[in-house]
Design a protein around this ligand. Structure first.
Ligand code: GDP
Ligand code: MG
Length: 436
């Protein structure tokens, strides 16, 4: 998948604006990417159309390619669709106890989530109680009790198989024990059925939970959307918890669910342990769905930090192979703003496979700056003239050792080589484009 988008990038490298042709190619691949991340077909189609419209005429900042720019636009759009910001749990501060109820299919991760949420609330100074309203399977009650012990949160349960009685009993226990949040775990079935829905609905009507959360397994893919819709049609829930995101699921379900039921995703569960819970960040999920987080942050950083004119000048120097240590010094200043060189390499798809890591990994900027500062103008222009005695002088002047000077010169040579690779990539990309 990622490889496909990389190919798109290659195809588009060197084009200066987003136009009908290049966006057509990019959008086709992006649609494919969305579909294979399990985004619902209709949702993906609409999304791509919206984005196509938005992107046309969008100007491309000089240091990135139109394709990279499109990825960024898509990413921003996905983020926006999923709510932009994280939507927090909405517990009214004055209502004590506040009530959280969960619903969802069996095995979706409800019970685990209840415990995780209790732990999280406790950490934030709350005093929660867990209520076992999944009364049909003794094992389910035991599971909640075990989790409760683990996190030192009380669990209310009853022997009888009466979910309503359990829930109301839990509410009373909360009041008696001065608990400020009641978390009600409910029963699920393997499939949506009337009995389960009716029970959940009755609980909702009676408890009036402040937050009714729908818990769904992200590994369910497309089916997650149908389930979410069925639960929402009946229960009109307040938010979604997406579980098992530690698995292979790309998270397309997050996007589809949000589009179809128009409810915020509030939490994501990323493992079986009680700590494996995170609030849901739309921007991170967008990157996960696209599988292009690296490009997105590359474009962002480029937008933030790069002096565009300088970069253009640098590029033309690189093309002509006139890049010298003065330019290197300038480039370092910019790279410092963007993170390490290694970081930069890792951010550019394709490049990370082409450039050997070892030599570039441990660059410390300070001595490099000192060393270059100790060189003469002539030496910076023509590093090849720096012989043994010059190296000694430079080391002495910069307070470094000759080995460090050697190292720097070697790194500089590596960097030139790397830049040549980038150029080759750009050139080959351009060739593919004109042939198409
Ligand atoms: P419930 O039937 O909806 O209450 O689901 P459970 O909370 O009992 O979870 C079902 C299974 O999924 C259990 O084995 C959990 O340990 C596991 N599980 C729950 N959440 C996650 C998660 O985020 N990641 C992984 N890998 N497993 C999870
Ligand atoms: Mg359960």
């Amino acid at each position: 998948l990622s490889d496909k988008l990389e190919l798109t990038l290659k195809k588009l490298a060197g084009q200066a604006t987003i136009n009908e042709v290049n966006i057509g190619i990019a959008m086709r691949d992006i649609k494919r990417a969305l579909l294979s991340a399990d985004v619902n077909y209709k949702v993906a189609k609409k999304l791509v159309e919206d984005i196509r419209e938005k992107s046309l005429g969008e100007s491309v900042i000089k240091s990135v390619s139109p394709a990279q720019m499109i990825v960024k636009i898509v990413n921003d759009e996905l983020t926006e669709i999923m709510g932009g910001q994280n939507q927090p749990l909405n517990l009214p501060p004055k209502k004590i106890p506040a009530i959280v109820m969960v619903a969802g299919l069996q095995g979706s991760g409800k019970t685990t989530f209840c415990a995780k949420l209790a732990k999280r609330l406790k950490k934030n100074g709350k005093n929660p109680i867990l209520v076992a309203a999944d009364v049909y399977r003794p094992a389910a009650v035991e599971q909640l009790k075990t989790l409760g012990e683990q996190i030192d949160v009380p669990v209310f349960s009853i022997e009888e198989q009466d979910a309503m009685k359990a829930a109301l009993g839990g509410l009373e226990a909360a009041k008696a024990g001065a608990k400020d949040v009641v978390i009600v775990d409910t029963a699920g079935r393997l499939q949506i059925d009337e009995a389960m829905m009716a029970e959940a609905e009755a609980l909702k009507n009676r408890l009036s939970p402040d937050e009714l959360l729908f818990v769904v397994d992200s590994m369910m893919g497309q089916e997650a959307v149908n389930t979410a819709k069925a639960f929402n049609d009946r229960l009109d829930f307040d938010g979604v918890v997406l579980t098992k995101l530690d698995g292979d699921a790309r998270g397309g379900a997050a996007l589809s669910i949000r589009q179809v039921v128009e409810k915020p995703i509030k939490f994501m569960s990323v493992g079986e342990k009680v700590d494996d819970l995170d609030v849901f960040y739309p921007d991170r999920m967008a990157q996960r769905i696209l599988g292009m987080g690296d490009i997105v942050s590359f474009v962002e950083k480029a937008q933030e930090a790069l002096d565009l004119e300088k970069t253009m000048a640098m590029q033309s120097k690189l093309m002509k192979n006139e890049f010298d240590l003065d330019d290197f010094f300038d480039q370092l200043q910019q790279l410092k703003k963007m993170g390490s060189i290694q970081g930069l390499i890792e951010m550019v798809p394709g490049l990370n496979k082409m450039v050997p890591k070892q030599d570039l990994e441990n660059i410390n900027f300070k001595p490099i700056e000192a060393i270059i500062s100790s060189m003469t103008k002539q030496e910076r222009k023509h590093p090849e003239i720096i012989n043994g005695s010059r190296r000694k002088r430079i080391a002495l002047g910069s307070g470094t050792r000759v080995q460090e000077v050697n190292m720097l010169l070697k790194q500089f040579a590596e960097m030139k080589k790397m830049m040549r690779s980038v150029n080759r990539l750009a050139k080959s990309g351009r060739k593919i484009t004109t042939e198409n």
